[in-house]
Design a binder for this molecule. Structure first.
Ligand code: FES
Ligand SMILES: [Fe+2]
Length: 431
């Protein structure tokens, strides 16, 4: 039996003010594996700033999908903490990313969340940039003005089979090449670059970004908390074979049968299913697997039947289960035969996080003919709302002076791994 550790120093739940470098280092050094984090990790503005510097400004962050910017000049803007990044398709159809800061006097260049431009024109004094970032016009300037010195600042960007990641660091983690190569066989059959956006949902959740991620990395709460999701998502996710509760044994039996069938379906089509789990101990940490769905086994709907008649890519079978991908620090993906759903958690403040969900269907699918939007989005729309409730209550609890870190259950091993990865990043940053 696990009991509370009374030797653990009790931590005030309210923001501790200026923690300073030594306070932050002590907090990181005190982290106890197997326990939730101390309160300041979720409440302190100092920790939030450190998170931006050590995690979001140094690592590859999933921000958008290629189908969101199908044509030259199409762009989206994404806020990552205090940074704003433009992700844009240039005139040569390459995906580029820039800091959303005018090189004249710093004005936010593109204030909208998305749109389409010929050139990028600052609304203040009309400095004008090409879609590759070059400064084209800057009005009247002194004779020694060199426009070549004032291009937009580039941000590293790459697409992993249609999933667009950016890295704000000067030297991005190079292991992204390895991750991209290993994810490609899983993603390729779904051809995400040949999809279109069916729906998008932005939810501002009243919780620290790590509570959002911790909630995502376990399904301990699914059985009680997500009635629509568990119509198809097996609530045994995360349990060791010998630790499945009795009441879930019938679901586990169905899982075993569906797993065997899925393995055969994928084997004959050369589609990988094996779990790769490298969720800590490396910069670009990730997890991928393909598992079965309950019910009809085709899609995330109440009965498990496909929500879109037109399947993704050139797939010839609906019953393909779910491809699930976790990328540290802030994203997760569910790809089924008929659609894909991407999720990214973007930090806004110590106690606020934007969760952006995007539903993708085949580029030729027609709403009202091939799919009904409400049916397509029903399960994850409801699941997101339920999760927003859980994490806002978690934020309230960890902000209470009575909070102290509690023990993870064995089925929360991916939460522990996420926190381990996070602590590794902070320790690296603090030297
Ligand atoms: S700040 Fe952009 S043109 Fe002046
Ligand atoms: Fe959840």
């Amino acid at each position: 039996m696990t009991t509370p550790d009374t030797a653990t120093p009790s931590t005030p739940g309210s923001p501790p003010g200026d923690l300073g470098a030594s306070g932050l280092a002590q907090l990181v050094a005190r982290r106890t594996p197997g326990r939730s984090l101390e309160a300041p990790f979720y409440t302190s503005p100092d920790v939030f700033d450190l998170d931006v510097a050590a995690v979001f400004a140094r690592h590859w962050v999933f921000v958008a999908t290629e189908p969101e910017i199908p044509e030259p000049g199409d762009y989206v803007t994404v806020d990552i903490g205090p940074y704003s990044v433009i992700v844009l398709r240039d005139d040569e159809e390459q995906v580029r990313a820039f800091h959303n800061v005018c090189r004249h006097r710093g004005t936010r260049l593109l204030p909208e969340a998305r749109g389409s431009v010929g050139n990028l024109v600052c609304g203040y004094h009309q400095w004008t940039y090409a879609t590759d970032g070059r400064l084209l016009h800057a009005g009247q300037q002194s004779p020694d003005f060199d426009a070549g010195c004032w291009s937009l600042k580039q941000v590293h960007v790459r697409s992993v089979d249609g999933l667009v990641l950016v890295c704000l660091a000067t030297d991005p983690p190079s292991d992204i090449d390895d991750v991209a190569a290993r994810l490609r066989p899983y993603l390729a059959p779904h051809r995400l670059a040949r999809t279109k956006v069916a729906a998008r949902e932005d939810l501002v959740e009243h919780a620290n970004w790590k509570l959002v991620m911790e909630n995502n990395r376990e399904c301990y709460h699914c059985e009680a908390g997500h009635p629509e999701l568990t119509c198809t998502f097996f609530p045994t996710w995360g349990y060791a074979e010998d630790a499945i509760p009795r009441r879930l044994l019938p679901a586990h039996e169905r899982y075993l049968g569906a797993t065997a069938e899925l393995a055969e379906t994928c084997r004959t089509r050369d589609i990988p299913t094996a779990l790769i789990r490298e969720v800590s101990g490396r910069s670009t940490a990730f997890r991928v697997d393909r598992g079965p769905l309950d019910g009809a086994g085709e899609s995330y709907t109440r009965d498990g039947r496909a929500a879109c008649e037109r399947l993704l890519g050139d797939l010839d079978v609906r019953r393909l289960g779910r491809l699930s991908i976790h990328l540290q620090p802030n994203s997760w993906f569910h790809v089924v035969g008929d659609h894909a759903v991407t999720f990214t958690a973007l930090p806004l403040a110590a106690d606020r996080t934007l969760v952006r969900t995007t539903w993708l269907v085949h580029e030729d699918a027609v709403e009202g003919v091939d799919y009904d939007l409400a049916t397509l989005t029903d399960v994850w729309h409801r699941t997101n709302a339920q999760d927003a409730g859980f994490v806002s209550r978690a934020q309230a609890g960890v902000s209470d002076p009575a909070y102290e870190p509690g023990p993870y259950s064995p089925s929360e091993s991916d939460v522990d791994a996420f926190v381990t990865w996070y602590i590794e990043r902070l320790a690296e940053e603090l030297g």
